[in-house]
Write a protein that binds this ligand. Structure first.
Ligand SMILES: [Zn+2]
Length: 496
């Protein structure tokens, strides 16, 4: 009797699993049919709207800064897979608060592309390797993920990744929840009773936000050239809007030719962190796209800036040890709260370094750092350490008699209200972030964010800092004179 019961139970379980798989397939096939996804090889859609620069908020509780996007086109080749995102962008925020090179002058064309394992940007008609930013997108994955964040791409991915489905009633409406996991993220989508995708959420681990989501919401489905597509797409990441597009044209199976350029295909991976360069006795630049400065005190090291990611910090800390061996990094100074400048802080905290930042950032960082980190546990999460913060308000001096380092808050900069710069009075070195990033080539038009350059320049003059070397977090080491010349050329009334 007992044995029979077990057999019946096992058979029932097998039937029900098989039944669920069949249900899932039937639901996804119905969705593919409703969306016209089944025979879709390529997709191109365009419209207009707004985009937002992730991680570049004016301050810790404001949304990502918003830009006008008068022209937006996304082209997808599902089989490759490949995607091209082409935007025309213009200044919107007024006043231009926050990062993202505000204010933009004129219109900016931004094209990013990914195909298979390759990613590149198109700048002035040339393919250039994208730099590794502050988030989870060191490879093409983050860009290809945009395919999954379209309704048709989501259903194709669900079919390819053995999605599970379940019915739910949400506020009285019958919905189908579709869940699956790809190497890039875990996804969940909500389908309405017409099998149209209303919402997608992707979960991933972020260096700053911890476990977080990217969301895409679709509304106002219409018929576009034989397929159903939403006339409005809103994406959110980290709790704030990321993209808001009114779709005006959709071209199913349009010719989409995305060829990997030879220079991208044959590019050798470049080390993100270069060999330390001596700026003065006991002062070292650790070169990178976003660089750090190490200052040697009698029994410890102070590092200015921990940009990008934990992996980046690990490389910087190793580079510091090659030039300043056997001294612990006791402090890491953060210039402001943008994600490309804070993504590496936790790695230092995991080693026991105290994070020195503007006082107003401390509650913000603490709230970010208490987010769960189960998807990508980092060194701080696994160390079990409680991070230590010290706040700067106005001015702070660090000295041990052998070295002196002064930290200045310079309020009133529209880039971020918590801007700190670091001055070494004996060495006449000034380290700053994002106020002056020296141009790679002579400028032919005004630099973006010129008002912030002027604000910083005038602050340094007012403080009467004697500066021989300006060490930017982004760009080559330069002088105050170069900043003065740019201001005099493009804003002659501002300087005297
Ligand atoms: Zn910034």
């Amino acid at each position: 009797m007992k044995k029979t019961f077990v057999v019946v139970l096992a058979l029932a379980t097998a039937l029900s699993v098989g039944g669920r798989a069949q249900d899932a397939r039937a639901t996804l096939d119905a969705a593919a049919k409703a969306l016209g996804a089944a025979n879709l090889k390529t997709l191109e859609f365009s419209g207009w709207g707004y985009d937002y620069v992730f991680g570049q908020a004016y301050h810790g509780t404001s949304s990502w800064p918003r830009f006008n996007v008068p022209g937006y086109t996304m082209a997808i080749d599902f089989a490759a897979p490949a995607v091209r995102d082409d935007r025309r962008r213009a200044q919107l925020e007024s006043p231009p608060l926050g990062g993202g090179f505000q204010p933009l002058f004129g219109e900016q064309r931004q094209i990013w592309v990914a195909s298979g394992q390759f990613a590149w940007d198109v700048v002035g008609g040339n393919a250039v390797a994208p730099r590794i930013r502050d988030d989870r997108r060191p490879t093409a994955d983050g860009r290809l993920e945009q395919i999954t964040l379209t309704p048709q791409g989501f259903i194709k991915a669900a079919l390819a990744h053995n999605a599970t489905v379940k019915a739910e009633t949400i506020r009285g409406a019958r919905k189908t929840i579709v869940s699956f996991t790809t190497p890039a993220a875990r996804y969940e989508g909500t389908l309405n009773d017409q099998h149209l995708v209303e919402r997608i959420e992707g979960w991933f681990g972020h260096v700053v936000l911890g476990d977080t989501t990217i969301e895409a919401a679709f509304s106002d489905y219409r018929d576009f050239n034989g397929i159903k597509f939403p006339a409005r797409i809103v994406q959110r990441e980290g709790g704030y809007p990321l993209l808001d597009v009114m779709v005006t044209d959709v071209r199913p199976n349009a010719p989409v030719a995305i060829e990997v350029p030879t220079n991208i295909r044959t590019a050798k991976p470049q080390p993100a962190v270069g060999t330390p360069e001596r700026l003065a006795e006991g002062v070292w630049l650790i070169p990178a796209y976003a660089q750090s400065v190490a200052v040697e005190f009698r029994d410890h090291v102070v590092v200015v800036e921990a940009p990008e990611t934990e992996a980046h910090s690990v490389e910087v800390m190793a580079a510091v040890r090659t030039v300043i061996p056997n001294k612990p990094i006791r402090y890491v100074i953060n210039t402001h709260s943008h994600f490309d400048h804070i993504g590496g802080l936790r790695a230092y905290a995991a080693e026991g370094a105290t994070v020195v930042t503007h006082r107003d950032n401390i509650p913000y960082f603490q709230s970010l750092w208490t987010a769960p980190r189960t998807i990508v546990p980092d060194r701080l999460a696994t160390s079990g350490r409680t991070p230590a913060f010290e706040g700067v308000l106005g001015y702070r001096l660090m000295t041990d008699g052998s070295k002196t380092l002064a930290i200045y808050h310079y309020p009133g900069n529209m880039h971020n209200p918590t801007m700190l710069m670091v001055y070494l009075p004996k060495e006449k070195i000034l380290v700053e972030a994002d106020s002056f990033s020296p141009p790679a080539a002579p400028l032919t038009s005004p630099p973006h964010a010129l008002p912030n350059l002027i604000h910083w320049y005038e602050t340094v003059q007012r403080l009467k800092l004697d500066v021989e070397q300006v060490v930017p977090i982004h760009g080559r080491v330069t002088t105050m004179e170069e900043a003065g010349q740019i201001i005099a050329r493009f804003s002659p009334n501002q300087t005297n």
